[in-house]
Ligand binder design. Structure first.
Ligand SMILES: NC(=O)c1ccc[n+]([C@@H]2O[C@H](COP(=O)([O-])OP(=O)(O)OC[C@H]3O[C@@H](n4cnc5c(N)ncnc54)[C@H](OP(=O)(O)O)[C@@H]3O)[C@@H](O)[C@H]2O)c1
Length: 319
């Protein structure tokens, strides 16, 4: 496992990390989740990603149970706040009230005294940047959070937060968590990437397989037990279009030719960018975790000719 600095901070995180969305506390049994966390840890993953909203809080409970007994200083645990977790108008968003109420419950479920990374899970137009930065600064100074950042924020808002923090001597955001994969790349490449160099903050990107689509598993329908076959995943099934599948078929052929799996090729393609501190993977089975971990060895082998062929496939120019 390789470790990368989280932007300009001193903390180092595994370049491949494991998340818990949809899987922990929901799709998979707790024992499988716990075994997967332990296997990931054994193989060098130190960063485990979570959020208050995942499985209505159960993902944090499962992750908390899984890491019990592992040495706390060797772990980098994250959570997030924004989406509705309580009844009523103040049960969501980034107000000081909601953040302070949510972090305490996250820590309780995780059975931790602090989270290493805490993300504002979306931008909140109803709360000022000043209030958000002040609240996050308070959390860091109180010791409940070590580093804070954003998720799926536009660059303009991240800059506002960093500049306000710099002007006022408060602790600003140091990481952003965007979606980044072969089917969704503009936000990172056009909006965020130039900013990471200028402001020195890290990216922990999510959904490297576009919810599994890039593995080719949906090329001939929705296999039983897969994410897209789950009842409430109509939005994902809608993304599996004829046009997308045509590209994925070509991508699968390229992976076969290179004697790697499409998952490994997808994850290695994300990791080719050095400004990405970690790619957050998800897995419902141990074999998937093993498969995805093998992507690390592929990163250095992705030469220009392979990258060009990937570009051609996804720009639709391959005949
Ligand atoms: N900040 C945010 O807003 C946000 C949003 C989404 C995710 N995230 C974070 O990022 C993490 C990863 O996102 P994601 O789960 O969407 O990642 P993903 O890699 O795009 O999808 C993971 C899913 O693909 C399937 N899969 C994984 N590896 C596979 C393999 N080698 N072969 C075949 N199928 C495979 C599994 O689903 P099935 O087996 O069920 O098909 C797995 O659960 C989440 O857990 C969460 O921590 C953050």
């Amino acid at each position: 496992m390789h470790y990368r600095r989280l932007g300009k901070t001193g903390i180092k995180i595994s370049e491949i990390s494991l998340g818990s969305w949809i899987t922990f506390g929901d799709q998979i049994q707790e024992k499988i989740a716990v075994d997967m966390v332990h296997a990931a840890y054994e193989k060098g993953i130190n960063f485990f990603d979570c959020a208050d909203i995942y499985a209505g809080g159960k993902a944090e409970t499962v992750l908390g149970n899984a890491i019990k007994g592992l040495a706390r200083p060797t772990l980098v645990i994250s959570s997030k706040v924004f989406w509705p977790t309580f009844e009523g108008v103040n049960g969501k968003g980034l107000s000081r009230k909601h953040i302070l109420e949510s972090i305490d419950l996250s820590l309780k479920r995780l059975q931790l005294e602090y989270v290493d990374l805490y993300f504002c899970h979306r931008y909140d137009p109803d709360t000022t940047i000043e209030e958000i930065v002040q609240t996050m600064d308070m959390l860091v100074r109180s010791g409940k959070v070590l580093y804070w950042g954003t998720s799926e924020w536009r660059a303009v808002h991240i800059i506002q937060a960093i500049e306000y923090a710099n002007r006022t001597g408060l602790i600003g955001p140091v990481m952003e968590q965007p979606q980044y994969n072969l089917l969704k790349r503009n936000n990172v490449e056009e909006d965020l990437e130039p900013l990471t160099h200028q402001y020195g903050f890290g990216l922990t990107t999510f959904s490297p397989l576009k919810n599994g689509i890039l593995t080719g598993k949906y090329n001939n329908g929705f296999p039983e037990g897969s994410r897209a076959a789950m009842e409430n995943m109509g939005w994902l099934r809608d993304q599996v279009t004829v046009e997308t599948i045509a590209k994925v078929r070509e991508f699968v052929k390229l992976a076969e030719e290179l004697e790697v799996t499409p998952a490994q090729l997808s994850i290695a393609w994300v990791l080719r960018r050095k400004e990405i501190s970690s790619v957050i993977t998800g897995a419902s089975k141990m074999e998937q975790l093993d498969d995805n971990l093998n992507a690390a060895a592929l990163v250095e082998k992705l030469d220009e000719s392979i990258l060009d062929r990937i570009e051609m496939i996804f720009s639709g120019t391959l005949e």
